[in-house]
Ligand binder design. Structure first.
Ligand SMILES: Cc1cc2nc3c(=O)[nH]c(=O)nc-3n(C[C@H](O)[C@H](O)[C@H](O)COP(=O)(O)OP(=O)(O)OC[C@H]3O[C@@H](n4cnc5c(N)ncnc54)[C@H](O)[C@@H]3O)c2cc1C
Ligand code: SF4
Length: 551
């Protein structure tokens, strides 16, 4: 059978654009600490840092206020964040010791849970594996959590800049000095248009990359500095919908098996978000083997299954979105997460525990560890990699790494297929990760060949199931049509490769027209799936992309 090797068609990361050895503009905005990305990691980090300064001042320390900035590419906070989500509240509790759980922006406690193995027409309830126990946790919308954290941050005097994507790192030697933002108002040709907004430089003594999954500046910094990991980072794509329902969902549901082929890793989730709302999603590892696999379409099929249909029928699709998840786990963590004037936090560093599908509390906690390290380093007036190395130690000694180490091979075991992987993962759980404890090596997702073949036809009904065009509408994406493309397509893209990209992208950005690839760049919702398997994603005009409200 013919196959496509994705990495053959993938362009290099444009390092010359992403790492600029240039003096910052004379008009640069000066910050002490700059967080790139207002997700849970960046906002928790900024809040912790501002609180540390206030506490020190209250205790009589003469230190001046710090200028703390948070850049965010979305037009408003929360619009580019997407998660499940079942949240472990421990990082919220540590960040806000004076608040109680009821004060946090959660939707409801987890009311009960069930795990099912699906076949095309049936379901078998399985005992809940220990890694998937969620008692004591809460369901939540990450967009709402981010908006709430943003208000707390503003209340502490932190400068939040929504609509300002960081386009490049500004460096001097190995020292990161800040960032340059992306220009706005460019015409499709790349020329300035009527609403042109030139890039802005922001300098900082420490820049924290909290860009989330498949962070572009994080990738560039690691490549530039030669920071590797034992295994390459691998990713999954999650496609998610929020539904208004007629009746409440009484438990958190996870499923394995159908509609995924047995040689793909993944599963679905259905979470209650209050009395009349649910979050539904399907997550699939991008090391799958069939070029025609289409996660958006698999989610549409899933909704027709007898386990899901009754929950959704008669309801209304409110929102749709997609995002990748770093799934490489412990062995894919960067050797170091600090550089001169730079720290990596959250998904950018890969702090996700895949068997429990958790990243939010790790992201927040890593932001808080970064803040504590920066606070100490600034007091010593030293921001070299050595001065910031306390962050790596804090992470290595923390529950983040302990949790990820315990489950280090569970995801990786599934490269041999669902049944062998499930068997091995079960034994790993029983032995606390000791059995099959040696590193399972993994290729990068783009190095896994995809077998070509016809896609199974699927026609959405427009009510329960939706096309990609309708889905993008439900993401709130209203990016102007005249924006220049931010996607870099590689070489030798045949009709078959174009077909493959059209299936990878949940938002219908890529289309095969004859034997050519057509790119509808404004449709992009920044999920980064093709950055992993095909054309490169780069930052574009602030405020472009989705406008999630309750993802
Ligand atoms: C489908 C799915 C289900 C999940 N379910 C759960 C769950 O149930 N529980 C759980 O704990 N975790 C879950 N996760 C994982 C969790 O969502 C992430 O681990 C978490 O959001 C990471 O937080 P972060 O702050 O690192 O990144 P993000 O939340 O992604 O935030 C990064 C921010 O940076 C911004 N940004 C990116 N690039 C730039 C740039 N160049 N300039 C400016 N801003 C930029 C982005 O717009 C975004 O706002 C799930 C993830 C997915 C995709
Ligand atoms: S083009 Fe955009 S929406 Fe499509 S896969 Fe790539 S990042 Fe996701």
């Amino acid at each position: 059978m013919a196959s496509i090797l994705p990495e053959r068609h993938q362009p290099e990361l444009p390092l010359e654009r992403l790492v600029l050895s240039e003096a910052p503009d004379k008009e640069a905005i000066e910050m002490d600490v700059l967080f790139v990305g207002a997700g849970p990691a960046g906002l928790a980090g900024a809040i912790e840092l501002a609180q540390l300064v206030k506490k020190a001042q209250a205790a009589g320390d003469t230190m001046a206020d710090l200028n703390i900035g948070v850049l965010e590419k979305a037009g408003s906070l929360g619009e580019h964040n997407l998660s499940g989500a079942v949240v472990n509240p421990r990082a919220f509790r540590e960040l806000f010791p004076d608040l109680i759980d009821a004060d946090f922006p959660f939707r409801q406690p987890v009311p009960g849970e069930a795990v099912y193995l699906l076949t095309a027409g049936g379901s078998l309830r399985l005992p809940t594996p220990p890694t998937m126990h969620n008692a004591g946790f809460y369901t939540a919308s990450i967009s709402e959590m981010v908006r709430w954290l943003g208000e707390k941050a503003e209340g502490l005097g932190i400068n939040i800049f929504p609509g300002f994507p960081a386009d490049a790192l500004l460096v001097e030697g190995k020292q990161v000095k800040g960032v340059r933002t992306t220009a706005g108002g460019l015409e499709r040709s790349g020329e300035p248009g009527g609403n042109y907004m030139p890039p802005t430089d922001l300098t900082a003594r420490v820049t924290v990359l909290s860009e989330g999954t498949r962070g572009t500046l994080g990738q560039a910094w690691r490549q530039w500095q030669g920071v590797t990991s034992e295994n390459p980072q691998i990713f999954a794509l999650g496609v998610k919908e929020v539904w208004k329902t007629k009746q409440p969902l009484e438990k958190v549901i996870h499923t394995l098996g159908w509609p995924l082929p047995t040689d793909a890793f993944g599963g679905s989730f259905l979470y209650p978000l209050g009395p009349d709302m649910v979050a539904l999603g399907l997550v699939v590892g991008l090391d799958y083997h069939e070029a025609s696999l289409d996660v958006h379409e698999l989610l549409q099929r899933l909704k027709l299954h007898p386990l899901f249909r009754p929950h959704l029928e008669g309801g209304e699709l409110l929102e749709w979105g997609a995002k990748t998840i770093p799934e490489g786990g412990y062995y894919a963590l960067p050797q170091r997460r600090v550089g001169d004037g730079l720290i990596l936090v959250g998904d950018t560093a890969g702090f996700v525990d895949v068997p429990s599908l958790k990243g939010i509390h790790y992201a927040m906690q890593s932001g808080m560890y970064a803040a504590r390290t920066i606070f100490e380093a600034l007091k010593r007036d030293e921001v070299s990699a050595g001065a910031l190395s306390g962050y790596d130690k804090r992470i290595d000694d923390s529950y983040i790494v302990a949790d990820m180490k315990r489950t280090r091979n569970m995801r990786l075991a599934f490269k041999d297929g669902f049944f062998a992987g499930g068997f091995k993962a079960g034994l790993m759980t029983i032995t606390g990760g000791r059995l099959f404890g040696g590193r399972i090596t993994m290729p990068a997702d783009a190095a896994v060949p995809k077998q070509t073949g016809p896609a199974a036809p699927f026609t959405p009904d427009g009510t329960l199931t939706v096309s990609k065009v309708d889905a993008v509408f439900k993401s709130g994406n209203a990016t102007r049509d005249t924006i220049p493309t931010h996607l870099i397509v590689g070489k030798d893209v045949s009709g078959e490769v174009a077909d493959f990209y059209s299936h990878v992208c949940p938002a219908g950005v890529y289309e095969r027209v004859g034997d050519e690839l057509r790119v509808n760049a404004p449709n992009c919702i920044d999920c980064k799936a093709t950055d992993v398997l095909g054309p490169r994603w780069t930052p574009r005009e602030g405020g472009s992309g989705p406008k999630y409200r309750s993802m």
